[in-house]
Design a protein around this ligand. Structure first.
Ligand code: UDP
Length: 247
């Protein structure tokens, strides 16, 4: 599949990407917590990509532990506090991914959008850039550091800040479909989508705030399957395989 703008990007001198995956991706069948086999698999996939010479930033969600909206249901917990709980959940996931990547010999730093200095570095833009230039993988935890946002928006924000050429939204399906591929066998994978169409259709793969921010900053979004071995390399290095591009 040829994707014109994406081919142009390929010629840029330095290849830096930001990968976003949801907390749920870590939870496996349980839907909760961290499945260690999945954690290992994800780390191996990221190492494969790193070994191809890419600079990698990662944003992980926290939905496998808690989301602000869910915590606030029933009114016992305020939404703002629920969101801070959600942000802390993303740091738990970030530390887990750091450990898994380090076990494969990679140099990794977690930077948090809220200060938890006993656990990890705080997010400092210039320090993050230096880590990436030195070949370290940087995992951005705690989202944007602000309630009422999602980690998708945080991922787009960090991708723009670190000047990533593309953001990869790693999901359980191959990309964006014309209808739910889990319910309809004949659902068609969409090759390419404009930001405006993605916003008009409210594609559930990323929230509108994230897409609008990507649009304003011309950041291409790739939606692909994280759970096929070698898929990240196929998509990002060889530009082949099934995925959707939003630009
Ligand atoms: N969150 C937040 N601000 C951010 C990012 C995340 O308040 O900038 C909170 C919010 O409550 C969210 C939770 O952290 O529900 C976990 O993030 P998200 O739902 O995006 O995780 P995912 O669905 O990707 O696992």
């Amino acid at each position: 599949m040829q994707i014109d703008n994406y081919q142009d990007i390929e010629s840029s001198k330095r290849r830096r990407v930001l990968i976003k995956f949801s907390g749920e991706a870590l939870s496996g069948e349980n839907g909760f917590g961290i499945d260690l086999d999945i954690l290992k698999f994800i780390a191996q996939e990221i190492k494969g990509l790193y070994d191809k010479g890419l600079e990698i930033g990662i944003v992980v969600g926290g939905g496998n532990i808690i989301r602000g909206v869910t915590a606030a249901q029933g009114g016992l917990i305020k939404r703002t506090s629920g969101d801070y709980m959600g942000m802390l959940a993303t740091v738990i996931n970030a530390v887990a991914i750091q450990e898994a990547l380090e076990s494969l010999g990679l140099d990794v730093r977690v930077q948090s959008g809220i200060d938890i200095t006993e656990v990890c570095e705080s997010y400092i833009y210039r320090r993050a850039m230096r880590h990436l230039e030195k070949g370290r993988i940087v995992i951005f935890g705690a989202g944007t550091g602000n309630p009422y946002f999602t980690t998708d928006t945080a991922a787009v924000l960090r991708a723009i800040e670190i000047e990533a050429e593309v953001i990869v939204k790693a999901t359980k399906v191959n990309g964006v479909y014309d209808r739910d591929p889990c319910k309809f066998q004949d659902a068609k994978l969409l090759d390419k989508l404009s930001y405006d169409d993605a916003l008009r259709e409210h594609i559930s793969v990323m929230d509108d705030t994230a897409i609008a921010l990507a649009k304003d900053n011309k950041l291409p979004i790739i939606v692909c399957n994280m759970f096929k071995a070698g898929h990240l390399i196929d998509v990002l290095v060889y530009k082949k395989g099934e995925f959707s591009l939003v630009k």
